[in-house]
Design a protein around this ligand. Structure first.
Ligand code: BDR
Ligand code: CA
Length: 315
């Protein structure tokens, strides 16, 4: 049975690497891309989702999501990371494809209710659609197969503030609601994403072996690589969002811990992801009544790389 996946995304260069993987993987049935603001505006992200699907030869619904966070003032899109169009200024071909009528939250609720126990949601942008879906129908928590979130920096430093990672920072309230829900949730924070780097040589291999996906990915990545060079001195890019899908297809590539999660929703640490290990207690009330989730704290880089390039190059 293939993994039925809804990918909630703010495309985004690393989102594009995740979308390509979801389309290329023989054991993934990509049901839909549900879109969210974040790296780009909602409008731009939805356009990117439609164009990426068509350029990569994928067939999935696109449902347009929320255009801003639940409570905080909206942050500016991350154009300094992903370029103004979210794809490193690379222009994908136009498409006539359109989003479905349902909103992302409505789509998620409908899909989960129609196939209880079968749908995995991989959320790789701000978590506003997830919070809205839970608000619309809290019963989806017991019907979803799994929720996998790329976001947060648990023991690692953040990429927006010393403690906050972008997806959580963009809507801390929605992230806190998502982590409080009693559903089977796995978090792929920066702790597991930062060890993995795709170099220019890797991208050349992808472009040679799978030009349909690899050539656009290579072209859009130059912007992202320059960003990582300037802020972290890296010689390549970090494919953060792929982790969420890799957890589904190759869980052995990760080292995981169990614990409750909460998010700081105001003050100087706003956007920080807080983790309390299973079995521990503390004087903080933030974790009271919260379920234990799975947190990916490290990655087997060799296994990850051989899986990713194996899947894309076999296509
Ligand atoms: C996360 O933020 C976005 O910029 C990326 O697409 C990824 O989802 C990394 O912090
Ligand atoms: Ca993303």
């Amino acid at each position: 049975m293939p993994h039925k996946i809804i990918l909630d995304t703010d495309p985004g260069i690393d989102d594009s690497f995740a979308i390509a993987y979801a389309i290329a993987h023989p054991d993934i049935e990509l049901i839909a891309l549900t879109t969210i603001y974040g790296n780009v505006t909602l409008e731009q992200g939805t356009e990117n989702a439609l164009k990426l699907l068509s350029a990569f030869g994928g067939k999935a619904d696109v449902a347009k999501g929320e255009s801003g966070p639940l409570s905080i003032e909206q942050n500016h899109p991350s154009d300094y990371v992903h370029g103004k169009n979210g794809l490193g200024e690379y222009e994908l071909p136009e498409t006539d494809a359109k989003p479905v009528e349902l909103s992302a939250a409505e789509y998620i609720v409908k899909a989960v209710n129609e196939a209880p126990g079968e749908i995995t949601i991989c959320a790789v942008g701000p978590l506003t659609n997830m919070a809205k879906a839970l608000e619309l129908d809290p019963s989806i928590a017991s019907k979803v197969k799994e929720v996998v979130v790329m976001g947060g920096a648990v023991f690692h430093v953040g990429n927006i503030t010393p403690v906050a990672e972008a997806n959580i920072w963009n809507d801390p309230h929605a992230a806190d609601i998502t982590f409080a829900a009693d559903w089977p949730l796995t978090l792929a924070p920066m702790d597991c994403t930062m060890p993995v780097i795709f170099t220019r040589e890797d991208l050349q291999l992808l472009a040679d072996e799978n030009p349909k996906m690899g050539a656009p990915l290579q072209a859009m990545s130059e912007f992202y690589i320059k960003f990582y060079r300037s802020v972290a001195g890296l010689h390549g890019l970090v494919p953060h969002d792929v982790m969420a899908l890799m957890w589904i297809t190759a869980p052995g590539a990760f080292h995981a811990r169990k614990g409750a999660l909460a998010v700081a929703t105001d003050g100087p640490a706003i956007g920080q992801t807080l983790f309390q290990a299973q079995g521990k207690t503390s004087l903080s009330t933030a974790f009271d009544g919260r379920p234990n989730h799975t947190v990916l704290v490290d990655t087997d880089v060799k296994m990850f790389r051989s899986n990713y390039f194996g899947v894309l190059c076999a296509k």
